[in-house]
Design a protein around this ligand. Structure first.
Ligand code: FES
Ligand SMILES: [Fe+2]
Length: 442
């Protein structure tokens, strides 16, 4: 539980707010590379941390993310012409390059224009294109090196990235990614009126009993059979590895290990070493909506065409979205909840793991009231996330760098699952599964 003041601090990321100052010390995903597909393609509206920008790719392929307002008389540059290495306001023709310099003022004499130009520049963010994502730095001063996420370092054929819109505050959606206890409920299947693993939906009792369950399937059963995972949080140089332990078969423990990376990234559990990896970033648009960037990658092989097709049409953490990346099952249509399906097939009656997550995060309110909650042991990851964010705000307020901002190397980590004897020490399980990729010491 937080005080009202703490909740405000955690959730507000606008200009000159404590958490806004934290976010402005890190690179943030701003949009997907494919949203600016070619030189001179159409400018795109962009709101990040409550500030309005226009993004465009100029004739040379360089990307600019600039203030949305033309300094002449405040026309919105979204309507601008992207031409000849710059964005030209269509009201009276003033033109700006990707660095925000004003390069033409055609409605004034050459003398007046050259006097005005130095003061007519607009704010332009530092921008990088990396991992099929366009990253922006909203802070002042020199930006650090980009966080060394594995998805961005693998060859392009090994990854698929997308994003989805969510109509609630970024922090509660992010907490949903760190609270992996909910998988035992929110993402459960139903068979014969009972909560079951996803692999058991629609199967007869004989089929289930006769199933030769490989670990990949058995884990769905363990998720259901143990709905009270024990959490341990291992801090590291860019965030924390959050480990949830559930009872498996015989003497074994099933670990689901989630990475939280400052200030708004998570690498999801649910994968064994040979599987694809998954990650998310929750990017505040404003205080009541966010973009969730979604990454899938395989370090060892290219993703197959059918895998990419499935991710693009909505699967796992990827939502089924329209051409503006708004999920088809959303707040306005109650996520197309199907009460018959809720009785007979799935715990929620909502199709898609992503949509189930979105529905429940939205349902907490546009900004969840954390003064009014009753936390239990399985909320440990959520509690530690909040504390880490408050520590970061305190660091920035005192003039130091927040956790991870000066350690881009420490973002080269993985998340995932492991099965081990209950006698094994967690630290040994983590190092056997990840080596140094579990996290770098603080
Ligand atoms: S408002 Fe942009 S040129 Fe006049
Ligand atoms: Fe979930």
């Amino acid at each position: 539980m937080l005080t009202a003041a703490e909740n405000k601090t955690l959730t507000e990321t606008g200009f000159e707010t404590p958490m806004g100052d934290v976010f402005r010390r890190y690179w943030t995903p701003a949009l997907l590379s494919r949203e600016l597909p070619t030189p001179n393609s159409g400018p795109v509206r962009l709101t990040l941390l409550g500030e309005d920008f226009i993004a465009f790719r100029d004739s040379n392929g360089e990307i600019g993310i600039v203030n949305a307002r033309c300094p002449h008389r405040n026309a919105n540059l979204f309507f601008g012409r992207n031409e000849d290495c710059g964005l030209r306001c269509v009201y009276h023709g003033w033109k700006f390059d990707v660095h925000g310099n004003c390069v033409d003022i055609p409605n004034a004499s050459p003398e007046v224009a050259s006097r005005l130009k130095p003061d007519a520049g607009i704010r332009a963010l530092q921008v990088r294109e990396w991992g099929d994502v366009i990253w922006a730095f909203l802070g002042d001063g020199e930006a650090p090196e980009l966080p060394q996420f594995e998805f961005a370092k693998v060859p392009p054929s090994h990854r698929f990235v997308s994003k989805k819109f969510q109509q609630c505050n970024w922090a509660q959606a992010c907490e949903g990614g760190l609270d992996t206890a909910h998988f035992s409920y929110l993402h459960a299947g139903i068979n014969d009126g009972k909560k079951v693993g996803l692999h058991q939906v629609g199967k007869s009792r004989e089929e289930i009993a006769g199933q030769n369950e490989p670990t990949h399937r058995a884990r769905f059963r363990w998720l259901i059979e143990d709905g009270e995972p024990r959490f341990t949080v291992l801090d590291h140089a860019a965030g924390a590895l959050m480990c949830a332990a559930r009872t498996a078969d015989s003497d074994d423990v099933y670990y689901r290990m989630t990475q939280f990376l400052m200030p708004n990234h998570s690498l999801a559990p649910g994968n064994f070493p040979e599987d694809n990896n998954l990650g998310n970033t929750w990017v505040p648009i404003d205080d009541t909506s966010c973009w969730i960037f979604c990454y899938c990658w395989n370090p060892d092989r290219p993703l197959r065409e059918d895998e990419c097709r499935q991710l693009a049409s909505g699967s796992g953490i990827f939502a089924e979205v329209d051409d503006r990346y708004v999920p088809l099952r959303q707040r306005e249509n109650d996520y197309l909840i199907d009460r018959d399906a809720q009785r007979n097939e799935s715990y929620t009656g909502i199709r898609g793991i992503s949509e189930q997550d979105a529905a429940i995060a939205d349902s907490q309110g546009l900004i969840v009231d954390r003064t009014n909650e009753m936390l239990v042991q399985t909320d440990l990851g959520v509690v530690r996330f909040r504390q880490t964010m408050f520590d970061a705000a305190a660091s920035v307020a005192s003039g130091s760098e927040p956790l991870g901002a000066d350690r881009p190397d420490a973002y080269f980590v993985r998340s995932g699952d492991a099965v081990a004897s209950s006698k094994s020490k967690l630290e040994d399980v983590v190092s056997a599964r990840f080596g140094q990729m579990g996290g770098y010491p603080r």
